[in-house]
Design a protein around this ligand. Structure first.
Ligand SMILES: [Zn+2]
Length: 349
């Protein structure tokens, strides 16, 4: 199956009332883990690459690995997404490479650290939307600022510093015409999200619900949504790791989000933990091993298990065969003639 537009994938998710996990990749084994999990659970899937991943793997390797996945798994719809584009140029280069979706994170300036103004965010996001839609490519924008840092990207600090204002979310969606909207509700990137199990004081699900009420048809995106399960932390620490105790976003809260307009759920840390735990276990218990396959295979299997579990929990399992891919050129026509709307439905307060 050719790579599909993320817009189509999220529109279908909205119809079916489920969420779709967006899993980060840097290398072949992670792509293989995701695809095997998608096959096992018959799930459509979003594979995403950060700027750091594109640098690590090099663009051409990454693109061809994902292309290989689309050839090897013809029954699985795959959207290829740029995670946290920091500038128009980053998004443009991803689109020219063949990504079917980009995130323009204009909540930060191009340095990927300093919060930007609302006007700056609107301007750069709109520029990306115009360029992307002409080519049938999906755009995710961000309003509000997430906490933490991942791959060198992020404002740092607590996720509570810049919670999304629902009125601003409405205005942002209207002014930019984004297909999907990442919002800040207290989540952070990285493993150290919360120092205790998060409750309403740190995870603002009420803000998410308020935004969904105002923008009932807008696809919302939850970032920093690894659950950081204790069993994965324990495996790392049991075999010589030194992770401090930490909490992620409970799956029940993500599911509450999915019942309230969340269609894309970003997961990276859980997979990193699964891989590291599996590798540590082999190297710690069998120190005579030196063939990378001896630890990469269990690492890949451990990630597949996490991804398959999330696919089932987010509800995307079983939906791979629901639809056929619309060619990207047709999607571009849809944006041009208005059959694919870019103006959000806005409900009164
Ligand atoms: Zn993110």
């Amino acid at each position: 199956m050719p790579l599909v537009s993320m817009r189509q994938l999220l529109d279908e998710a909205a119809k079916g009332g489920y969420g779709v996990g967006a899993f980060n990749v840097n290398d072949m084994e992670q792509i293989q883990a995701i695809m095997e999990a998608a096959k096992e659970t018959r799930s459509p899937v979003i594979i995403q690459a950060s700027r750091g991943a594109r640098q690590f793997a090099q663009d051409r390797y990454l693109f061809h690995l994902i292309l290989a996945a689309s050839e090897l798994y013809p029954d699985i719809p795959i959207a290829m997404h740029q995670d946290h584009g920091n500038s128009f140029e980053t998004c443009k280069s991803a689109i020219e490479l063949g990504f079917t979706s980009v995130m323009m994170d204009g909540s930060l300036k191009a340095d990927g650290k300093t919060p930007s103004t609302f006007e700056e965010n609107v301007a750069v996001t709109k520029q990306v939307v115009d360029f992307a839609h002409e080519r049938g490519v999906t755009v995710e924008g961000e309003i509000g600022v997430l906490g933490g840092v991942e791959d060198g990207h992020g404002a740092g600090g607590s996720g509570l510093d810049h919670i999304t204002d629902p009125d601003q979310a409405v205005e942002f969606a209207e002014l930019t015409g984004v297909d999907a909207l990442a919002i800040a509700i207290g989540t952070s990137h990285g493993a150290y999200k919360f120092t205790k199990k998060p409750d309403g004081s740190v995870l603002k699900m009420d803000v998410l619900i308020a935004i969904h009420k105002r923008l009932p048809n807008t696809h919302l995106v939850m970032h920093g949504s690894s659950s950081v399960p204790k069993d994965l932390q324990d495996i790392v620490n049991e075999y010589g790791g030194k992770l401090k105790e930490t909490w992620g976003v409970p799956v029940e809260e993500i599911q509450l989000g999915i019942r309230n307009g969340v269609r894309k759920v970003n997961v990276d840390t859980d997979n990193r933990l699964a891989i590291t735990g599996a590798i540590r276990k082999v190297l710690w218990t069998q120190p005579e091993k030196f063939d990378p396959r001896d630890y990469m295979k269990p690492a890949r299997e451990a990630m597949q298990k996490v991804v398959a579990t999330r696919m089932t929990q987010f509800g995307q399992a079983g939906h791979a065969g629901d639809y056929s891919p619309i060619p990207i050129t047709e999607i571009a026509k849809g944006y041009a003639d208005g059959t694919l709307t870019t103006q959000p439905l806005v409900a009164a307060k």
